[in-house]
Design a binder for this molecule. Structure first.
Ligand code: COA
Length: 224
């Protein structure tokens, strides 16, 4: 028996924010002695914050019966690519949840979710794979969230909102609840700018900013 080995893919800000939560979770749910490392395609150092940084192929070479990895990469397309690579290599998607978060009733959460401290998923919510829910964000009742969706810190997603795959919601954005018998919909790949107040549907692929949120004509760079 070689036991299990655990990795956090990404040693940048996102990964370093997840590592302490992963360490706590490992102690609570697994074996304190299990190996826990950062995994990065282009490591800038041998170790950071007390954890080794391995390349992906080095992680695969560790003798282990089970390999688990959390993908701490904010860019959802990159996250999806890595998830595909992991599945092909028999690496299991690891969900990391802060002990200082709340999950209420009837919540379905896909594999690979990362739930930061002070996040809350309330009741009767369905969320897809590899959801990132950053510090102080919440998802209210009856929301339906797709795969590879990212919430930056402080997102307030109110009840009965449907969000498509790969949508990105910036820091401090507030999304109005659905009403009048229909959900408020945010389309796949949409980007909600930091601080936006979303009062109506956002089309797939659109970027919206401001209060009330309106489309941005052009977006120059990546979101995070
Ligand atoms: C909306 C967003 C994706 C646009 O990025 P971008 O395409 O690089 O936009 P730019 O920085 O070139 O800004 C273009 C214009 O929009 C304005 N703008 C950018 N983001 C804005 C926002 N969130 N709200 C209002 N205006 C915004 C800029 O001031 C600029 O205006 P100007 O042309 O009058 O100078 C980005 O600003 C954003 O909000 N990202 C989320 C950041 C975040 O939450 N990070 C959390 C990390 S954990």
């Amino acid at each position: 028996m070689n036991g299990a080995v655990f990795g956090i893919f990404g040693a940048s800000g996102c990964g370093r924010g997840i590592m302490p939560l992963a360490r706590q979770q490992l102690i609570a749910e697994w074996d304190e002695a299990a190996q826990l490392v950062f995994v990065d395609d282009a490591p800038q150092a041998d170790a950071i914050n007390g954890h080794r940084i391995l390349r992906y192929d080095e992680f695969l070479a560790i003798p282990a019966d089970q390999r688990w990895m959390a993908v701490a990469i904010a860019n959802s397309r990159v996250r999806e690519t890595i998830a595909g690579r992991m599945a092909a290599d028999g690496i299991l998607s690891w969900s990391v949840r802060s002990g200082q978060g709340v999950i209420m009733d009837g919540v379905t959460l896909g594999e690979g979710a990362l739930l930061s401290p002070f996040t809350c998923l309330t009741s009767n919510i369905r969320i897809g794979r590899h959801f990132h829910c950053n510090l102080y964000s919440y998802v209210e009742h009856d929301c339906v969230i797709g795969d590879f969706v990212t919430f930056a810190p402080g997102v307030q997603c109110n009840g009965n909102v449907w969000i498509g795959d790969h949508a990105y919601v910036g820091a401090g954005a507030i999304i109005r609840q659905g009403g009048g018998g229909r959900p408020l919909r945010i389309g796949a790949g949409a980007v909600i700018g930091m601080g936006a107040i979303v009062t109506r549907d956002v089309p797939a692929g659109a970027t919206v900013v401001g209060n009330p949120a309106r489309p941005m004509l052009e977006r120059s760079t990546d979101v995070c």
